[in-house]
Structure formats: structure tokens, C-alpha cells
Design a binder for this molecule. Structure first.
Ligand SMILES: [Ca+2]
Ligand SMILES: [Ca+2]
Length: 381
């Protein structure tokens, strides 16, 4: 120890517990006759009291926390995690997903994803009814149901329409949508359906369309297919469609007719059988945190499940982490040992796909033992 100043400066000794944050039982730190430039040795610093560390809680939930993790097969909806539908497209990125859709266009009518929606529009340059069609077909089966929102539908000429189709093959399919006929053929825009069962087709008008924004849905149940308009069954057909996919179609009747349809929020019924969420890594700011309790809030309809696992790692990039360890809800004993950075993984299950669990939040409580006390000398006063 060396002392170079003849007059002892006024020192304010500030004891700081850097690891961990302030505990309820603060140890006291005394600096014995400090001088500017002093090297502190253990004989100068005495720690007394109970340096017992502190407890902390990592609570995760809502769009921000869940938005910082990695979702696979799940969606973040109103701050909760849910299983995804087997097929869904909100057309929000202005780029048609060619991995999901096959596009068929003819006669000058095109399908373009723009403005967070799908637009099917154009002018018939062919001479037959289907000449001006545009078809967009999912490459996936669509589960028990398919629905789509029609934001608008309009056209000019002798006839035009747009429909959602649940499609098994040319001989077996069901559609519902809007269809315009000129006055001589009934007049007005109608909600119309079409059923092809074993190659036999039946079609009909259900009601005059009130406005041109509607949600259409086609849903299967045992031996029957229900057609919905804005959430209400308006027609039922007795048939079964196997491995069906969905088509969105816009048609015009004759050369020069135009059609302009906006589709959005295509969604298949049911849910994926499984999905996972991996959280960001939490820096506990403790060398060896102690897990105290893991808890969460979830809704689990019959046939669904939520599993939570935790792991930790000594580095923030979670390279070479400890193994995932599954924990039970509210578990507060026999928890795994932890390193500085904590992470959890939620696995959501719905084997039959009929309902989705909902994960609202996850809370991990942990203790931070004292391993180090840092002291600084503030000589400013
Ligand atoms: Ca897209
Ligand atoms: Ca959209």
C-alpha cells in the first residue's frame, strides 16, 4: 500500500453490490482510513451482514415478449400463442407464395397479391364463359374446412363472379361465392353455390347479395358439406370430399366482360398437430442462478396440451447449451441446475387438430447467489 497525499481527501465510500441487485439484507462495507490512490486489501474492507443474494422473476407474455422468440407452427394472436391452422394466407407481403398456390390464368384475368390482399381482375379476352377465369389453387389439403374473406367483388358486362371452392377433383367439389347475371337472366348479384358430386352438377342462387364484402366458408362433417355465408350455413350438400384443396376463382362470361375481386385471410379449419416457441435468452446476470419455480398460464381444450422445457447456457448465443429439461406447471423442486443465460421452449400439441391450446404467459423464478461484491470510492465531494 502506498500513500502519496499528505492530506487525506474527503472520501465517500459507496458500497455497491453489483452481483446481484440489492438484496433485502444488505451487507455493510467499511473502508478503513482510505486515502486517494489506496490499494484496497482484504484487511481494509470488511463485509458484514447477510449477503444472501436475491430472487428475480422472468415473466414472459404478450406480443413483445413472444415476438422476440422463434415460432414454428404457432401464431401470435392478441398476445397469446396458438397453433396455426393447417393452411392460411393473409396475402400481406405483396408476394404470392408459389410454394402454397398454383396459379392458372387465362383470357386476360390475373391474380396478383398487392395491398395486403389478393386481387383477381382483368378483362375476358376469350369467347367462352371460362375463358376469362383466373384460378388459384392451394398445393395443400385444407383439412376439415376452408374459408376466405371477399373484400369486394365487381365487374362489367354480361356476367361475372367469384367463388371459393373445396376441390377434390373435377367430379367432386363444392363452391360458394357471388355471381352476377344481367336482368334478362334474373338480374343482380347473387350468393350462388355449386356442387359436383360423382360428376353430377347442381347449382343455384341462394339470395341476392347484400353488399360485396363477405366471408365464405365450406366445412365438412360426416357425410355432408356445409356452405357458410358470413358464419351462417346457407346450403348443405350430402357428399364427402377426400384430400380436398381450395381454389379461389374469378370468372367472366363473355369477351369484353370484366371482373375485379379482392380476397383475403384464406384459412383452413383445424390446427396443426404441433408447434413450438423458443424464447429469447435471458441474461440472469448471475454466474450460477438457481431455478426456483417455473409456472405458466395456458388454456388447454380437450385433446390439447402445452409442454414447457427450460435450458441454460454460459454464453448469450446459447451455443453449447445444457439439454432441454421438461418441467411441470408450478414446479418448484428438482429443477435443473442453471448457467447464466436462461431459455424456455413451449411445445403445443393438438394430435386431432380440432382445437388449439393457448399459452398466455410463462414465469421463471430464480435466485441469484452473491459471488462478488464490488466497491468503488467516490472522491468527487
Ligand atoms: Ca404472400
Ligand atoms: Ca391481408
Amino acid at each position: 500500500m502506498h500513500r502519496t497525499s499528505a492530506i487525506a481527501p474527503t472520501l465517500v465510500a459507496v458500497a455497491m453490490m453489483v452481483l446481484p441487485a440489492i438484496a433485502c439484507a444488505l451487507p455493510s462495507v467499511s473502508i478503513m482510513e482510505p486515502r486517494q490512490g489506496d490499494m484496497l486489501t482484504t484487511s481494509d474492507v470488511m463485509v458484514s451482514g447477510d449477503a444472501s443474494g436475491s430472487d428475480a422473476e422472468w415473466r414472459q407474455g404478450g406480443p413483445v415478449d413472444f415476438g422476440e422468440g422463434v415460432l414454428d407452427g404457432l401464431v401470435l394472436d392478441a398476445g397469446r400463442l396458438l397453433l396455426k391452422a393447417p393452411f392460411a394466407d393473409d396475402f400481406d407481403d405483396n408476394s404470392l407464395a408459389t410454394a402454397d398456390w398454383d396459379l392458372y390464368e387465362s383470357g386476360g384475368v390475373t391474380s396478383v397479391e398487392e395491398g395486403r390482399a389478393l386481387h383477381q381482375s382483368g378483362t375476358n379476352r376469350a369467347s367462352d364463359y371460362w375463358g376469362g377465369r383466373t384460378l388459384l389453387v392451394t398445393k395443400r389439403t385444407v383439412g376439415s374446412s376452408i374459408e376466405a374473406y371477399m373484400g369486394s367483388c365487381s365487374g362489367t358486362g354480361t356476367g361475372w363472379g367469384a367463388a371459393l371452392i373445396m376441390y377434390q377433383d373435377e367430379a367432386n367439389q363444392v363452391n360458394i361465392g357471388l355471381n352476377y347475371d344481367p336482368p334478362a337472366w334474373g338480374g343482380g348479384v347473387w350468393v350462388a353455390y355449386g356442387v359436383v358430386k360423382g360428376g353430377v352438377q347442381s347449382t343455384g342462387a341462394l339470395s341476392l347479395a347484400v353488399g360485396f364484402s363477405h366471408t365464405f366458408k365450406i366445412a365438412q362433417r360426416a357425410g355432408a358439406v356445409d356452405m357458410y355465408l358470413d358464419g351462417t350455413v346457407v346450403k348443405t350438400a350430402s357428399l364427402t370430399l377426400a384430400g380436398a384443396n381450395a381454389k379461389l376463382v374469378a370468372v367472366t362470361r363473355a369477351y369484353g366482360d370484366t371482373v375485379d375481386v379482392e380476397w383475403d385471410n384464406v384459412r383452413s379449419g383445424g390446427y396443426l398437430p404441433t408447434g413450438t416457441f423458443v424464447s429469447e435468452a435471458l441474461d440472469t446476470r448471475a454466474v450460477d442462478p438457481v431455478l426456483r419455480r417455473v409456472d405458466w398460464n395456458a388454456t388447454m381444450p380437450a385433446g390439447t396440451e402445452v409442454r414447457i422445457e427450460v435450458r441454460s447456457c454460459g454464453s448469450p448465443d446459447m451455443s453449447s447449451p445444457a439439454e432441454w429439461t421438461r418441467v411441470t406447471k408450478g414446479q418448484s423442486s428438482s429443477l435443473p441446475g442453471a448457467l447464466r443465460y436462461l431459455q424456455y421452449r413451449a411445445t403445443m400439441l393438438s394430435p386431432a387438430g380440432l382445437a388449439t391450446p393457448s399459452l398466455e404467459d410463462v414465469t421463471i423464478s430464480y435466485g441469484k447467489p452473491v459471488r462478488k461484491v464490488e466497491v468503488s470510492l467516490d472522491q468527487s465531494s
